[in-house]
Design a protein around this ligand. Structure first.
Ligand code: THU
Length: 143
């Protein structure tokens, strides 16, 4: 994406990410995360975190959204909105974990892919992947 996201698109992604908190499965941490991933074709893929009694199989909201998209053949993306907080209360930003940043690195242009962190429509910040994952290792490094 060369041009910046429109504010209306950002608002839609924030609303959609917040909606996903309803589906977050977090019996162990109670930390609920929702994501809304905008593909280049305009489709928004949703995600929530899904925990597990064995702990390590837990899947983050961001990766849920990416894997849903990729499993449907969609592999190019413009932006993701991520929201989260203990008991689903949005008091501060919920930045993507290192594993999720690495998954973004696999499918996204780090100079263009945008990560929207928000606590609501009145409080959000847009980051580039390269800012939150500097010197990232991606598919291009294997050439
Ligand atoms: N979590 C996410 O969903 N995304 C992140 O990037 C950070 C962490 C989830 C995993 C776990 O269910 C809970 O937040 C607490 O770590």
């Amino acid at each position: 994406m060369k041009e910046a996201l429109k504010e209306s698109q950002i608002y839609e992604l924030i609303d959609t990410a917040i909606e996903q908190l309803n589906y977050s499965y977090t019996p162990y941490s109670n930390f609920k995360v929702g994501a809304a991933l905008l593909a280049k074709n305009g489709t928004v893929y949703t995600g929530c975190n899904i925990e597990n009694a064995a702990y390590t199989p837990t899947n983050c909201a961001e990766r849920t959204a990416f894997f849903k998209a990729v499993s449907e053949g969609v592999k190019t993306f413009d932006a993701i909105c991520v929201v989260g907080g203990l008991n689903g209360e949005l008091v501060e930003y919920a930045p993507p974990c290192g594993v999720c940043r690495q998954v973004m690195m696999e499918f996204c242009d780090s100079e263009e892919f945008q990560i929207i962190l928000a606590t609501g429509k009145d409080d959000y910040t847009v980051y580039k992947l390269k800012d939150i994952l500097p010197l990232g290792f991606g598919p291009g490094n294997l050439n």
